[in-house]
Design a protein around this ligand. Sequence first.
Ligand SMILES: C[S@@+](CC[C@H](N)C(=O)[O-])C[C@H]1O[C@@H](n2cnc3c(N)ncnc32)[C@H](O)[C@@H]1O
Length: 246
Amino acid sequence: MKNSGLKLKSIDESTIACYERHSNAYDLYQVAVVPHYQEMLDIVSLACLRYLMPNSKIIDLGCGTGNASLTIVRRIPVKIFLIDGSSSMMGIAYEKIRSTSPEALIGSKVANLSRENWVEGLDCGYDAIISTLVLEHLPLEDYKVVLQKCFEILKPGGWLMAVEGYDEEGSDIMQWFNEEMEARRISLDPEISGFVGKLRNDNGVHYYTSKRQKETLWRDIGFDRVNVIWQYLSVALMIGRKSEVG
Ligand SMILES: C[S@@+](CC[C@H](N)C(=O)[O-])C[C@H]1O[C@@H](n2cnc3c(N)ncnc32)[C@H](O)[C@@H]1O
């Protein structure tokens, strides 16, 4: 693997530990409380259908319990490599894909993206890297390094598709999104609502930026066709292609 020249600044295991603790409740939480969660996964899978060939090789970066991968393999036959920092989230993802589309699984790795070695052992032949609700957990310096690594392991013409939460100066979209989550939570059965409330207070650290800031980083690293193709309040899907030349 080529050295990007960029160095990871911080190693924060606390966010991964939160997901490790709550892996069994993760799907319940996402479906019940996160607005348009399945719609978000659906649009990622539609982007795969539009931009990838059948049997493309994909990394699901921060796969969690495998919901993005599952939605994709239901729409298009692809080969998926799972990566996540939490071994219990990964275990659920692995079993979910193995039991529905075993032919789609080409490998898995438990690794912290804030450590340089997450790319070790991966070849450079991926057609796409998809990542949903993960990269916002990385401090900006780590984000830049991960972005560079993603660029390096993609084939020319390969796509990065990342859903992240964004905050925009002078806008209340983040607050509005949080209010939508809270409204969903309090409409649940009181026992589940209380449980989900505790989960919400323990879901790791986030580093939100504006879309423009991230888009500039993507372009600086060499992605072209960078575009936001879906957004619901503060959550957006940005895609970009590793240019075919150079
Ligand atoms: C909100 S969940 C998203 C999971 C899945 N992509 C989805 O859409 O449901 C965030 C995931 O990112 C993982 N994660 C967070 N920070 C990480 C890091 N530094 N390295 C590796 N994985 C990380 C967590 O373990 C968790 O599974």
